[in-house]
Design a protein around this ligand. Structure first.
Ligand SMILES: *Cc1c(COP(=O)(O)O)cnc(C)c1O
Length: 236
């Protein structure tokens, strides 16, 4: 195995061990938490190496890059997620092409994704990105607007609401992200009552704070740097 592939596979194993440990410490079954390996800016060959080591779920953040990588790796049964902010005019690159879209945050974006999924004759699973940090963050629906958006999405024929996603501000100390994760779980539980339906997913936690997110109920953690190393945005 070449050196890069060996390093990736080792990083993956360590990340999985740490996830399992965080789950056990929280009294959770490690099998309840899935790893979405965030491959943005990294080559398809890295994804293929991790796939060969058993990783099946990968997440991308840029619509065109995601499409190019999906095409390059079309021979592998990868479960692709789209985790980045999505512009409405890029909805056609993603809707019906990814198993799960993590960051739907407006009615107009939801409508665009619904329309494209319907055109393709598929039902698209989505999460709503909620912004519990107030003005500090530009992405995500506000807590006040979340219930109305969730109700609208559940009424859209080609969308299926699966839960919430949160991306707290960056803190050096991951414990400071923890209240945002706890809040996301509360919001999900409120929505489940309001909509009278189960929402299976809470997408939260990245390289720096996934243990705190798992302690607060994450079902999907989105880990990039810990597996792939630092990103180089210059060749995007
Ligand atoms: C890039 C990205 C990640 C991965 O972040 P790391 O700190 O590298 O683990 C997770 N979530 C989203 C939405 C991202 O854009």
């Amino acid at each position: 195995m070449e050196e890069r592939a060996r390093q990736l596979v080792e990083n993956l194993a360590r990340a999985r061990e740490d996830m399992a440990e965080a789950a056990r410490l929280a009294g959770r079954d490690p099998a309840e938490v899935a790893l979405v390996a965030i491959s943005k800016t990294h080559p398809a060959s890295d994804v293929a190496a991790l796939f060969a080591a058993g990783q099946r779920v990968f997440g991308e953040s840029y619509a065109q890059e995601a499409k190019d990588k999906r095409e390059e790796l079309a021979h592998l049964p990868i479960e692709w997620h789209f985790v980045g902010g999505l512009q409405r005019n890029k909805a056609k690159l993603v809707a019906g092409e990814c198993a799960l879209i993590h960051a739907v945050d407006s009615l107009r974006l939801a409508e665009a994704v619904d329309r494209k999924a319907a055109e393709r004759g598929v039902v698209q699973d989505v999460l709503l990105q909620v912004n519990s940090a107030g003005e500090e963050q530009k992405h995500g629906v506000s807590e006040a607007e979340l219930p109305a958006l969730a109700e609208a999405v559940t009424a859209m024929p080609a969308l299926r609401l699966k839960g919430l996603m949160v991306l707290p501000p960056f803190f050096d100390d991951p414990e400071r992200a923890r209240p945002f994760f706890a809040r996301a779980r509360e919001l999900k539980e409120d929505l489940e009552r309001r909509l009278s339906m189960g929402l299976p997913h809470l997408s939260m936690g990245m390289t720096g704070d996934f243990a705190a997110a798992i302690a607060e109920g994450a079902t999907l953690v989105r880990i990039g740097t810990r597996i792939f190393g630092q990103r180089d945005y210059s060749n995007r």
